[in-house]
Design a protein around this ligand. Structure first.
Ligand code: CO8
Length: 374
């Protein structure tokens, strides 16, 4: 079972600004009133549907989210815009996502006691990258002075866990001594703040993780990766049509389908049993039982999903310590959620304690790692 490969450092960076449910709801409701006024005759004629008000109480109850970090607050709450206003940077200047990534990466490197010379590869993995090329990972590699190689990868909600899978395999195969995997999740440009069903779901953040051989590890808190497991199953229930072919499609770049959208209730119902079954199978493949796990660092999309998955796994409610939740502060941060939970809640575990890191969501995609504190 032992591969002698560890997660030796984790770093978290959060933007300075936050958006509370109340702030979002106030602006959404103003937008809904303006919309209803503007389209009053169509609404009266039954041609258009009136927009209902959003509610902070609904958001907290349905999702567990109270607030979220936002990279650029300007513009989001302005009913004339309802999109963040992120000034375009010159090509010579560092990109937004590389800057976010580097801030988290430096913290992860510090936690792992690693310098640029120790690292052979950089993976930037997230739900979106802000450009196609050069890869954000190569920009980060350059800025940090790392030799070797870098690449970007996109797997929506499972980008972070799938990147750790790749890092594990690269170190295991001997092609790299040490890999830096970074998840700069700049979700806010893809949130449709005019959509009541999804305007509250996402937040911005960056996390980073160092993976290396146990023999080179000098970190205080290291976790041996015992096993990795991935599953994908095609579904249109979480979708964004945004992409480079848009230029040729002659469609409105601000059209609804260019943003994140989902059938949330269906996703909830379909993904929870798949995730619970995946984790159970992964544990049994590794000759472990669910009750041997001290910590569940689960994907952070919805508190009720995590409660249900834990119920399916444990047949009881887990304590806050066993299955930490960061949704209240961060909201859904695409692929970063499980690793934010890991970053915040790993130092108290004792040597030999087992934990599970697991993402689940768009694709559908599920990625898990079983780890043991060194
Ligand atoms: N305020 C008030 N009421 C509302 C609101 C609102 N904002 N929104 C909906 N309602 C109403 C509905 O109209 C409905 O009313 P009625 O019963 O009269 O029809 C009622 O509330 C219940 O609606 P739902 O059934 O939709 O509510 P749910 O309890 O299902 O909660 C959630 C909605 C929170 C969206 C929930 O379904 C959920 O979280 N589902 C799982 C979602 C999930 O895991 N998604 C994965 C996300 S994808 C991902 O993580 C990464 C993707 C890539 C990144 C994208 C970056 C932008």
């Amino acid at each position: 079972m032992s591969h002698d490969i560890v997660i030796s450092g984790t770093g978290l960076w959060v933007p300075n600004s936050t958006l509370t449910n109340e702030e979002l709801v106030e602006s959404y409701n103003q937008h809904a009133d303006l919309y209803n006024e503007e389209h009053s005759s169509d609404i009266a004629a039954g041609v258009k549907e009136a927009k209902a008000h959003s509610s902070a109480a609904f958001i907290e109850k349905a999702s567990g989210i109270k607030s979220r970090y936002i990279y650029q607050k300007d513009g989001v709450l302005d009913t004339a815009r309802m999109r963040p206003s992120i000034p375009r940077r010159n090509d010579e200047d560092i990109s937004d996502q590389a800057e976010m990534a580097i801030k988290a990466a430096r913290r992860a490197m510090e936690a792992a006691n690693k310098t640029a010379d120790d690292i052979d590869a950089v993976i930037v993995a997230c739900a979106y990258t802000q450009r196609s090329y050069p890869a954000i990972a190569i920009e980060v590699q350059h800025q940090l002075g790392i030799e070797g190689f870098g690449f970007d990868m996109l797997v929506a909600c499972s980008a972070a866990t799938f990147a750790l899978h790749r890092a594990f395999e690269m170190v295991k195969s001997g092609t790299c001594r040490c890999v830096l995997a970074i998840n700069p999740e700049l979700t806010s440009p893809q949130v449709n703040y005019k959509d009541r069903d999804s305007h509250f779901i996402f937040g911005d953040v960056a996390v980073a993780t160092v993976v290396e051989k146990v023999e080179t590890c000098t970190a205080k808190h290291a976790f041996e990766i015992l096993s990795i497991k991935a599953l994908t199953q095609y579904s249109n229930n979480i979708r964004s049509n945004f992409g480079y072919v848009l230029n040729a499609n002659d469609t409105d770049p601000l059209a609804k389908d260019q943003y994140f959208s989902q059938k949330g209730r269906t996703v909830f119902k379909e993904v929870c049993p798949i995730a619970a079954e995946h984790i159970s199978q992964h544990l049994s493949d590794t000759d472990l039982t669910n009750d041997q796990i001290s910590r569940w660092w689960l994907h952070q999309a919805n508190i009720n999903m995590n409660t249900l998955i834990c119920k399916l796994l444990l047949d009881r409610q887990p304590s806050k310590e066993e299955a930490p939740i960061v949704l209240d502060e961060f909201a859904n941060t695409a692929s970063a959620g499980s690793l934010i939970a890991f970053n915040r809640f790993h130092q108290d575990l004792s040597s030999g304690d087992y934990g599970v890191i697991c993402s689940f969501g768009a694709g559908y995609s599920i990625g898990s790692l079983i780890v043991r504190k060194v």
